[in-house]
Structure formats: C-alpha cells, structure tokens
Design a binder for this molecule. Structure first.
Ligand code: PGA
Length: 600
C-alpha cells in the first residue's frame, strides 16, 4: 500500500503521513555535513546530542514554532565557524515528523522516531507505524527501549529486540536506551540490569551493525526528576556499559560505540557530563522542548572527551586604590616602564611606574581606550575622536571618531602587531537595555589617517580585542552574546574566517570584557560580572587558569612589570565597591608580549 493510499483509508491516528508530504527526503539523503570528528585524538566517536520530545508539544502550531527555532539555532551554529559540531537529532511525536523533516532540511539536524512497530510493514496492525514508513520519509533514527516504554507500556527486552532488528533492517540508526531503577541502583544492580538489557536488546545484532547503534544510558531515577547522575556516576556507568559491550562484541566495536547519557540533562550540567571520557553525547527530554536550552546543550564544549583539568586558580591583590568609575584599557609601555589605563566615564588617564605614586590627568571627554604611540606618547580614543597626548600633557587632535553619532562611542581598542589601531565602538544605550537597533556599533582600523570598517556586521559592545603573538589572528567579542570569536587578521583587509573560541558558561553572570594574549598565545579575558579573569586556550576552548578578583567587575587586563610577568587588571566601581587596579604575579614561565606602539 502506498503512502497516499494509507492517508485515504486512515483519517485518524498518528500516522506520520498525516501531514501529507509523502517523500520529503530521499531514503538515503545526501547531506553536505559539517563533518567534524569529535574525538580526533582519542577515538573516532563523534558526540550525538538528541532531543526526545516525548508526547509534547500539545499542538501542531507549537511543534511548528519549536522546529523553526531549532532550525534557526542550528543554522547559526553551522555558520558560526565553530570547529567541531556534534551530531544532532530530534525525536518529535509521529504526527510532527513530516514537518520536522521539512523545516530542518538544509541543516544537519537529523530526525528520529520515538517508536516503531516490532514487525516489518505493511500489514494489518492497526495503530502501528513500520520502520520502512518513517525511513522512506527521511527519518534516520529510531529511539527504542526507553524506560517509559518499558515501564508504562510494558515493553519487554524481547519486543525491544524485535524493534531493533526491524529498524536496522529498514536502514534506520538506533538509539537503544538502557538503565536501572532507583532501587536497582541502591541494590548495586546497575551492571547486571544493564547487561541483561544490552544482551537481550541487541540479540542477533552483529558487531558490524553496531556501527549504526548508539546506546543511551538513562538511569530511570534521573529521567524527568531534575536529579541528574553526577558526572562521576555517569562515567562509572558508561565504563561498565563499555565493558559489557566488549564482552559482547570485542574491544574494537565497544570502543567505537557511542554511549549517550540521559536523565535531567540541562544547559547547566551538560558541560561537566560531556567532559567524561566515556560520555559521547546526551539524550535530552524536558530541556529539548526549549529551542534555546537545546541549542546551548548542542553548543557543549567542543572537546568533551578530554577530561579538562581543574583550572589553576590564582588570586589578584590590590595594586592601586584608584577607585575608577570604569577602569579600562591597561597598556604597559616598555619604553616608559609604566602602566597606563583610563577611567572611561570619569574622563581620566591614569599612569603608574610601579615605584612612585600613580598619577592621573583629566581628559576632555569619555574615553574608551588608550594605546601607545611610536612617538613616545599616548593616544586616547575619546567620544570626540583620537587625541594624542605627550607625557608632559600637550594634546593634539588626530582624527574624528569613526561613527560621529550620538548613539555610539569608542570602547575597546588595541594596536595590531604592525602598528595599526583597531578600535571597536559601543552602543551608548547598552546599559539602559537598548532593544531597537541595538547592533549599531562597528569595528574599525585606523590607517593612512582614516578609519576603515573591518567587520562586516555591527554589534552592541566591542570587547576582547587582542592579537595572537604572530599577529595573524584577532580575538573579538560582542559582550552581550557572551561568545568570544577568533578571526584571520591582516593589516590591510577585513576580518575573515570567524570561528567560535569560547562561550561563557551560562551559570556565570556578566560577560566577556577586555582581553590580552600571552607569549604562548593563550587568551586572557576579564569576565565582568563574574569576578574573574580566565585564560582560554584558543585551540581547544578550554579554560586552564582563572584569576579570582575580589570585586564583581574586572574589565580588562594586560601584562607588565619586570619580564612582563605580572597581570594587571582594571575594574569597574559599582556603588562604592570596586574600581581599584589589581595585580597578580604569574606562575613561572607565563608572561606577556611587548605592547605594540601605534605608527601614524
Ligand atoms: P529528561 O528526559 O531529560 O526530561 O530527564 C530524558 C529522557 O527521557 O530521554
């Protein structure tokens, strides 16, 4: 019987064909995948993030909306330049499958069915859906053995095994769920329960076929309870599962099989779960019904299999009691052996040679940043433009601001390794919560006496501008997005090849602010709002060092002092707290690079 015939004789029920789109994808779709190996150096396991919608949402329009958002989020992830993207699949209820396939076309998100019949179709089995039906629509996965089907619908291991075999024969990939109940866990039966479920559920599945099977370890006590397994519990259980698979299929197959964790996964706990060696993805229930939560889970840190070492913690001490309203833009002059910085809203330039008392000088207008100039002076990027300053205090106008409007002002800036100033702007309504037209600030390079826009999109708050030691990579972030990007950089063209370096953990308040690169090329960035400066390895996106600052809003940092081995940190005052300059001595071997001077 054809799909069209089925539609005409089955007006009710949950047939996947109800949406009347007979074949939306070829049975074996050819995709232009964002191919990326998740586990390059350790194994070939690429993480699989799957969203199990269960019997939600309640209506077709709600499903349509959710799918549209999932598709939009995935598109922006896929065009973000992120080096590794996990495989993603969603499992909507049967009546929404056709819509899912239609709306997710053009993204790499795969669509799965939450259940299939345990026998091949067609046939007289009222209410059942055959694997071949969904597979021929473009569905690629079947989710089988979920504890809700085992417990509420009394599916036995034998029935689950029949479904597994039918699904595989029809060309579907399978996620087979296993897991113990709370009392089984308490009685120490995790291993024997999971071994039974795996052995029975995978009976007659060959080692070769295991290539298309993913195991989801879902402790029943963690599903829908908000009580996720701890990362250690998950790792232990996944290790147990892998050794059961080794007994069943041999070490090579067991090493290659992906094992997802499922049970109350959310954006807050996904990162630590995914850092476990044997956790190769997550199966998400409740949180997958929010497109943004699901997107955050999909954006999980790119190298989850590398157990991230605890970051090394350092503490900053007060260096200057300057009480800046908005301390910013510290730069160390090797020539003067002096640290310069600004208090942006107080319109002040500050300086300290580490020995004598610090001094400050008023500027004529709000100042975003200061840089060193090759004539031995300072250039301040103020709301009225670039102003040169000799150390004796003589000032000279250099250029008007690149956006001479009342809506933006200069903010973060740094001199590239060829002596050109790169200056980012700031939407002055940012703090009052600008909504309409908020992305109005641009990024510019000052060369040959004028500003040239070097980023092809506008943003709200420029920050994080820093250059790799060789000067061919520039870092940048638009603070409200909480994402730090790297770009290919050359002194005579626009930024290109944007790639995501790091996303601020959702549990931390605030956002990334000013940044500096050390001699090893690691990126130090102040997290304003989260009382810390972090060191990020841009090649892996991992934070390996954190400096705790005893005030809420560190704003920027740079290296200075003897051997450039001290990190100086500016801060913002809120009420009467903060605004001091902080310093922290670096562990042996970590140091900065000389700050380039601006060549006019
Ligand atoms: P949960 O469900 O994330 O809502 O706990 C997981 C699952 O049932 O697969």
């Amino acid at each position: 019987m054809t799909a069209a015939a089925l539609v005409s004789v089955l007006p009710l029920g949950w047939s996947p064909f109800l949406a009347q789109v007979p074949i939306l994808r070829p049975a074996h779709p050819i995709r232009s995948e964002v191919e990326c190996s998740w586990h390059d150096s350790v194994s070939s396991r690429r993480a699989l993030i799957a969203g199990n919608w269960k019997m939600s949402p309640a209506t077709f329009p709600e499903a349509h909306e959710l799918l549209k958002l999932v598709a939009a989020n995935q598109r922006s992830l896929e065009t973000s330049g992120r080096p590794t993207i996990p495989e993603v699949a969603v499992f909507p209820p049967m009546p929404f499958l056709a819509e899912a396939i239609a709306l997710l076309r053009g993204t790499t998100v795969k669509v799965g069915a939450q259940n299939i019949a345990g026998r091949p179709g067609p046939g007289a089995f009222t209410g059942e859906v055959a694997a071949s039906m969904v597979q021929s629509m473009g569905v690629e996965y079947a989710l089988l053995g979920h504890s809700e089907r085992r417990v509420l619908f009394h599916e036995t291991d034998e029935e689950i095994n029949a479904k597994v075999l039918v699904a595989l024969r029809a060309g579907l990939r399978v996620i087979l769920c296993v897991g113990e109940t709370e009392s089984e866990f308490d009685m120490g039966l995790l291993q024997s329960v999971c071994a039974m479920q795996l052995k029975k559920g995978l009976k007659d599945v060959t080692g070769e076929r295991m290539e298309t099977v993913t195991i989801a370890y879902e402790p029943v006590w963690a599903i829908g309870t908000g009580k996720s397994a701890t990362p250690e519990q998950a790792q232990r259980a996944h290790g147990v599962l892998r050794s059961i698979l080794t007994d069943m299929f041999g070490a090579d197959v067991a090493r290659a099989v992906r094992i997802q964790y499922g049970g109350s996964v959310n954006p807050e706990n996904v990162d630590v779960l995914m850092r476990q060696l044997d956790v190769d993805g997550v199966l998400v229930g409740g949180a997958s019904l929010s497109a943004d939560k699901f997107a955050r889970i999909v954006e999980v840190s790119p190298l989850p299999y590398v157990p991230a070492p605890q970051p090394h913690m350092l503490s900053a001490r007060v260096a200057v009691l300057c009480k800046n309203g908005l301390g910013e833009s510290p730069v160390w002059s090797e020539r003067h052996q002096t640290l310069f910085w600004v208090s942006a809203t107080d319109k002040e330039l500050w300086a300290w040679n580490l020995h004598d008392a610090p001094w400050y000088r008023p500027l004529q207008s709000t100042v975003g940043c200061v840089v060193l100039d090759s004539g031995g002076g300072i250039v301040a990027a103020t709301e009225h433009g670039l102003v040169g300053q000799t150390l004796e205090g003589t000032t000279s106008a250099i250029a008007c601001a690149p956006e001479p409007t009342s809506l933006t002002r200069p903010n973060d800036g740094r001199v590239d390794r060829n002596g050109h100033l790169v200056l980012g702007m700031y939407n002055i309504h940012h703090r009052s919560g600008a909504t309409a037209g908020e992305d109005i600030a641009g990024l510019y390079r000052f060369a040959n006496g004028s500003f040239h826009q070097i980023l092809d999109y506008k943003f709200r708050v420029s920050n994080g501008i820093a250059f790799s030691p060789e000067g061919t990579t520039m870092y940048f972030c638009d603070t409200p997005t909480r994402k730090v990007f790297a770009f290919d950089y050359s002194s005579d063209g626009p930024l290109s090849e944007r790639r995501l370096v790091w996303t601020q953990p959702s549990a931390w308040p605030g956002g990334p602010d000013g940044a500096q690169v050390d001699a090893e090329g690691k990126l130090w960035i102040a997290i304003s709002g989260a009382s810390r400066v972090v060191r990020i390895d841009p090649t892996t996106g991992t934070v390996d060092m954190e400096v705790l600052v005893p005030v809420t809003n560190p704003t920027s940092c740079t290296f200075g002092g003897r051997d450039l081995a001290t990190l100086f940190i500016t801060t913002r005052r809120v009420d009467s707290k903060g605004g001091e300059l902080y310093a922290v001595d670096m562990p042996f071997g970590i140091k900065g690079l000389p700050e380039p001077e601006m060549r006019m």
